[in-house]
Design a protein around this ligand. Sequence first.
Ligand code: PMP
Length: 399
Amino acid sequence: MMTVALKPVATSRAALRIASREACADGSPSLTAAMPSRNELNFSAGPGALPTPVLAQAQAAIHALPETGLSVLGMSHRSAWFAQVLHDAEHDIRMLLDAPASRRILFLQGGSSLQFSMIPMNFSLGPTAAADYVVSGYWSRKSLCEARPVVDARVAWDGASGGYRKLPTWSALKLAAGGSYLHYVSNETVEGLQFRDPPDLDDRPAICDMSSDFLSRRVDVSRFGMIYAHAQKNLGPAGVTVALIDEALLDRVPADLPPMLDFRTHVAHGSNYNTPPVFAIYVTGLVARWLRTEFGGLERLEARNRRKAATIYDALADLEEMIELHADPAVRSTMNVAFRFRDARLQSMFLDEAAVRGFSGLEGHRSIGGLRISLYNAVSEAAVGELAGFIKTFAATRG
Ligand code: PMP
């Protein structure tokens, strides 16, 4: 049988960056042997960097799982092995969040985007009921628009007129009488705005899209009717979305929903109704275990995430004259730092030089342009230190 050796094909731009970095390796004091790898210097907004030990374990598992001797990619979703993976991933997420037993933890498909319509389908209080939406940026606006074909989705607050730079206080919301729930996005990934505290509401449930800050800090799960987050930022690869749902909300689900769109189906089948994304859930489980063993819990992780963000905002202060940070200081995110250079030429110079140094994922979202530094859980303090050093050097030489 003929075997074909597969060699990784480098794009010319990537190859150039690696070559440039290797060329710099002996000359630049910052590029020492302890320098983080290119994977560790990935500041992408998502899919984001994954922890190096998890990548190593996932790589080995693609060849053969130690537990079964089979590739993880060929493992049956009906196997005892996968039942254990689901159990462990759920357990570790529950432990990390200290989530009460009343919260059902699900692994779903369709990304966070499918939740934009599944939530109103399942949790509206009847066909004519309203639901309230906080519109604080790109993703929450999308959640509103995608809910509209399903529910009378009302705007409780809209930051559009201020260019999505601020967030409301909870008392500033205009809530519909008898509204089914309040939906909001805890961290606006595009604009880099983050709510500090959970909502302080009447008895309507809060439903929160935590896609870009899930498991990055402590959260009182009991304050939410539902939390959901796709994995590909803080928790794993794309393909799985984690949801924590207050089981009391399941009583609202109408009887006539198609099974795949009915949360009760996924609860009843333990997230294994049809073929789930086995690999994505496996890696998500590895990350959850890594978070527990590496940090013990979310307190230490949260402290680290705060230090990382402070390091970057502090470095960006050196560029003060040249840049504009998108978010109002009071609501700056610890996860996504969005800014732009006033001079477009400086901006492309910054990006080019950063690429040569091995940094990637710094381009801003297509809707607002500029730059964005994402500081998800797997991004290390060493990597952040390298980037902050680069920013400071750039500021000193261009200032
Ligand atoms: N919500 C937020 C806060 C996001 O950042 C994103 C994507 N980056 C989404 C929803 C959409 O997620 P998905 O691509 O998994 O549908």
